[in-house]
Design a protein around this ligand. Structure first.
Ligand code: GAP
Length: 460
């Protein structure tokens, strides 16, 4: 598996092969935005579908929603985001570049900055003579806070109000909690899942799609009685590790990082990050937090709507507590690309770039080639292609030498390539080549769908 120590070859492959493009490129780009091309969009869809299948369809205690991006502005007061969802920033007075001041300090200290006041950060930058990473100047402004929520004016009768683009999908779930209780016959413990966009006005660019201003989250709010929070937390943490294994991440690169008291968000009593060994270092992939009853209590207080749950047996009324496992979609894609990427020398001395994706999430499942561009072979190959395409995302390629066509599919991470040759015309069998072992075997066309299905370990 992957041994690379830089994102460069991955960024290049993503652009070259239609996984991820820089955002608004024809206008010179738009910082921290990316567009998912055809293969990236497939990969993303497979991840999200697998998440929904695993955590909503296969469980009895979960339901899913698709809530709005724009919530009532009061919701962000209640959640604490208006007041506390800030980064500390600093500007270089000479070249006007803007930085996260904690990141500049971390580069000097070699460890995370927690609990440092703005004035202490300003002093630290001055005393240590920190240079601007862009122009080298030491001429910085004082450190100040910057709210990460994007806002937009919204006209309403009698004036204008500011609306905020949600910085986490979670709050849309809390706002629908009462509707779910009233309409879905759910009983505690139960969870609500959601997949959707979130927006953060991140100041400093971050390692390709690792830190972007528009991203997707797959979040679960799991509602429980307070006394059960510790067990629920451990159970969900192990579900998160199982998920990492399911999508094919190398378990040796997946670790846990417990938040210290100072690092905890305003709503959390315990948070553990699932961190992954990216080529740029060990960094947060996912997180799990025990949010207590903070959010529902605050929304009940601000909306004046009671958000209590009544235990159907004991009739006891209480505000549920919440354990929140949260998964970033874009970081999943980056981890999958880093995990799968390899440059290998084949037995014949040729080099190949290959993505060893798990078939479950691979954007293209099979590719079909005629050995040569001869009419009878092409006709048969297209017949097989159309047969497979009914079941899985399948490509057809008749251009160039067969070796080059294999290389093209290896770069996309296609698990199986099927070739139609002269023997096919005689006995209706094809060769099927495994991306990882490079082994080929002959299979009857009539058996192809069940054989490929067995290899892919996918539902039809
Ligand atoms: N509801 C809790 C919450 O939003 P978070 O740790 O701030 O917690 C959850 O974000 C996940 O969302 C992260 O673990 C990460 O995967 C993803 N994420 C957060 N900020 C991101 C960004 N700027 N770009 C890409 N993904 C991001």
């Amino acid at each position: 598996m992957s041994k690379i120590d830089s994102l460069k070859p991955i960024v290049a492959l993503c652009k070259r092969r239609g996984f991820v493009y820089p955002g608004s490129e024809i206008y010179g780009g738009f910082a921290n935005t990316y567009s998912y091309g055809p293969y990236g969009a497939e990969l993303k869809k497979n991840v999200k579908d697998l998440f929904w299948k695993t955590f909503v369809h296969e469980r009895e205690d979960m339901v899913g929603i698709d809530g709005p991006i724009l919530l009532h502005p009061q919701a962000w007061k209640a959640s604490g985001h208006l007041e506390g969802f800030n980064d500390a920033l600093i500007d270089c007075k000479d070249c006007k570049s803007r930085f996260r001041v904690d990141h500049l300090i971390e580069d000097v200290l070699g460890k995370e900055v927690v609990g440092m006041s703005l004035s202490d950060m300003t002093l630290f930058v001055k005393e240590k003579g920190i240079h601007c990473p862009k122009c080298g100047s030491k001429n910085f402004t004082d450190a100040r806070t910057f709210n990460l929520m994007f806002h937009t004016p919204m006209s309403k009768t009698g004036g204008e109000e500011v609306a905020y683009l949600r910085p986490e999908t979670a709050q849309a779930i809390f706002l629908d909690y009462k509707n779910i209780i009233d309409t879905m016959r759910v009983k505690i413990p139960f969870g609500i899942a959601q997949i959707g966009k979130a927006f953060r006005n991140e100041i400093t660019p971050g390692n390709f799609i690792f830190r972007v201003i528009e991203f997707e989250q797959m979040e679960i709010e799991y509602f429980i009685e307070e006394k059960n929070w510790e067990k629920t937390f451990t159970d969900w943490l192990s579900c998160m590790h199982n998920w990492c294994a399911l999508i094919g991440l190398d378990p040796n690169k997946v670790h846990e990082k417990e938040h210290s008291k100072e690092e905890l968000s305003h709503y959390s009593k315990r948070t553990v990050d699932i961190v992954y060994d990216f080529p740029f270092g060990r960094s947060e992939l996912y997180g799990i937090a025990y949010r207590t009853d903070f959010d529902l209590k605050r929304h009940a207080e601000f909306s004046k709507v009671p958000l209590e749950y009544t235990n159907p047996e004991t009739k006891e009324r209480f505000i549920p507590h919440v354990v929140e496992p949260t998964f970033g979609v874009d970081r999943t894609i980056l981890a999958l690309l880093c995990n799968a990427y390899d440059e290998e020398t084949l037995e014949n001395g040729e080099m190949r770039t290959v993505l060893h994706f798990s078939p479950k999430i691979a954007p293209v499942k099979c590719a079909v080639f005629p050995l040569m561009k001869k009419e009878a072979l092409v006709e048969k190959a297209r017949e097989v292609y159309l047969l497979l395409k009914k079941h899985w995302n399948t490509e057809y390629d008749e251009g160039g030498a067969i070796g080059r066509r294999y290389r093209r599919q290896d770069e996309l991470g296609t698990p199986y390539c099927i070739t139609i040759d002269f023997e096919t015309l005689e006995n209706q069998t094809v060769t099927i080549r495994d991306r990882d072992t490079l082994k080929q075997k002959r299979v009857a066309i009539g058996d192809l769908v069940p054989v490929v299905q067995e290899h892919l370990q996918l539902d039809l």
